[in-house]
Design a protein around this ligand. Structure first.
Ligand code: HEC
Length: 126
């Protein structure tokens, strides 16, 4: 009988482990910033990024106003001035005019989450 409290104490632990085993695995496609690349590709079509950029895997994205975004994950810098991190990329997409005033890329009126989704897609281009 002296072992009963010990055994009882193990029940919540066993339950916790069992529940953890049932929890959905984190989506491997998400980046550290929480962006969803598939969603990002959809948003880039809607926002017509392809009017100015070549973007592999994005419909009709063959523009030549801005630089091609081919292999973007391998780039070390964004627009030659920001280190290429998901955070900086999402920030660039929303406010390029803050970084390079007067350049042809307009500030894009999307939510931080939508910018993170697009950044996540671009970070898949290796
Ligand atoms: C009207 C044209 C235009 C549109 C629309 C546009 N861009 Fe750009 N983009 C540019 C130009 C021009 C640059 C280069 C800016 C610079 O380096 O000063 C640029 C730069 C970039 C860069 C950095 C490229 C590099 O080589 O470092 C990224 C990333 C980018 N744009 C993503 C996007 C995304 C995502 C969208 C859609 C939400 C978008 N752009 C819409 C013109 C555009």
């Amino acid at each position: 009988m002296s072992r009963l409290p010990y055994t009882l104490a193990l029940i919540p632990l066993a339950l916790a482990l069992g529940l953890a085993g049932c929890a959905p695995a984190p989506r491997p496609s998400r980046t550290a910033l929480g962006g969803d690349p598939e969603q990002g590709a959809v948003i880039m079509v809607r926002e017509a990024c392809g009017a100015c950029h070549e973007i592999p895997g994005v419909q009709l994205a063959h523009g030549e106003v801005g630089p091609p975004l081919t292999g973007f994950a391998r780039r070390t810098m964004i627009a030659g001035l920001l280190p290429n991190t998901p955070q900086n990329l999402a920030q660039w997409i929303r406010t390029p005019q803050t970084y390079v005033p007067g350049n042809a890329m307009p500030d894009i009126a999307v939510s931080p989450q939508q910018a993170a989704d697009m950044a996540a897609y671009l970070e898949t281009l290796s």
